[in-house]
Ligand binder design. Structure first.
Ligand SMILES: Cc1ncc(COP(=O)(O)O)c(C=O)c1O
Length: 393
């Protein structure tokens, strides 16, 4: 069947919620994907910060194949080995004590919203249900997550939203204080805003937020759905900042392409959930957890974190050099392999041209082009991407 036919079938049968590029990806290997016409693209999107190990990783395939042969799914009425092993690995390599597994970033945020409120009500008082999030943030598309998302454009046509969510300005401690009250139970923020335009908060800001949360018995939650799982060159973004949260949300890169999300929490907060308070049929699915274990094995034992940091620095350097040549580039931001360039024209036009020239990129807001390649990307592949971008600009 021709590429055009696939596009027509997609339009006919799939609900119209995405503005998609007119290509159908059929296969992939390493950091390259191939469409149904046989055209190859260098992938600096990686499923939007999902395909941590790139494509067709031999160990990933072999571990998942083994797991399929043993057990794909069993209800959470029973234990399964990969779930326990993945929870153990996440706890032993973090500051957290307990893990709740779900299937996506939005679900992890939903769970955190509930956890903050349970904590507030149990340990501070019945009216303690207010949660503060940050403007320009993105936390997902379910009702709670979209309410937590500090961008009107995602909330259009969905009013009334979840009550009790307030928004503070990005990286602005006075604005945060102005939104606080005796009824604040939680603060949720992205250490590096992703969809909002690749904006890292400052370390000083995070230190202040931590202090405020300690003084007022407020749960501090980081949304590390996009910036966690090695993207900063550290396993978790809170390690890059060296400012500890009480809870984090993970998803995207955790499963390396298999759908999985997780909430990691310190014991004092995790105990706010009791049996019956929260659940998910697929959460902690044996196949998804064995994918998570494989990704963690690569990050922890196969030098990926070090190379993510090094290649991230190299990418940032190349982008800085490009900025000197191209006046349309206004700013370069990011950490590790989560970088963005702000340009003085619609990012979508440049991204479409890059696609035609064999490079996949993704926007982050209207004027920012985002670079979130697989963490196995090489310097040569960075050179190639920069050459295509330069030519296109
Ligand atoms: C920071 C952040 N949080 C949450 C989400 C929602 O994740 P999901 O699409 O898996 O629900 C995203 C998705 O882009 C994200 O970037």
């Amino acid at each position: 069947m021709s590429e055009q036919n696939w596009l027509e079938l997609g339009d006919k049968y799939v609900m119209n919620t995405y503005k998609r590029f007119p290509v159908t990806i059929e296969s992939a290997d390493g950091c390259y994907v191939t469409d149904t016409n046989g055209k190859k693209y260098l992938d600096f999107v990686s499923g939007i910060a999902v395909n941590t190990l790139g494509y067709n990783n031999k160990d990933f395939i072999s571990n998942l194949t083994d797991q399929i042969g043993k057990l794909i799914h069993i209800s959470n009425l029973y234990w399964n080995k990969p779930q326990i092993e993945l929870a153990k690995c996440l706890v032993e390599n973090s500051i957290f004590d307990k893990v709740f597994f779900c299937n996506s970033g939005a679900e992890a945020i939903e769970g955190i919203l509930k956890l903050c409120r349970k904590y507030g009500k149990k340990f501070k008082g019945d009216d303690c249900f207010e949660i503060i999030t940050i403007k320009q943030s993105f936390h997902g598309r379910t009702y709670g997550a979209i309410t937590a998302t500090g961008q009107d454009k995602y909330q259009e046509g969905l009013i009334p939203l979840l009550p009790g969510i307030k928004y503070a300005e990005f990286n602005d401690i006075e604005s945060l204080k102005a939104q606080m009250s005796d009824n604040t139970c939680g603060i949720i923020l992205e250490p590096i805003q992703g969809e909002g335009g690749i904006r890292p908060v400052s370390k000083e800001y995070l230190q202040e937020v931590r202090k405020i949360c300690d003084e007022n018995n407020i749960v501090l939650a980081y949304d590390e759905v996009q910036c966690g799982m090695g993207r900063t060159g550290y396993l978790f973004a809170y390690e890059y900042y060296d400012v500890a949260p009480d809870v984090i949300a993970l998803a995207k890169g955790l499963g390396g392409g298999c759908p999985i999300g997780a909430i990691l929490a310190i014991e004092n907060v995790a105990r706010a959930f009791q049996p019956g308070d929260h659940a998910s049929t697929f959460g902690g699915n044996a196949l998804a957890c064995s994918a998570g274990l494989t990704v963690l094995d690569f990050l922890l034992n196969k030098n990926i974190l070090k190379s993510t940091w090094e290649i991230g620095e190299y990418l940032s350097e190349c982008l800085q050099n490009l900025k000197k040549e191209k006046k349309c580039i206004k700013d370069i931001r990011g950490v590790g392999l989560m970088q963005g360039i702000e340009i003085d024209k619609p990012a979508a036009d440049v991204i479409l041209e890059c696609l035609n020239n064999g490079l996949l990129l993704v926007g982050a807001g209207s004027n920012v082009i985002r670079f979130v390649p697989p963490l196995i990307i090489s310097k040569e592949e960075v050179d190639k991407a920069i050459a295509i971008l330069k030519e296109t600009l």
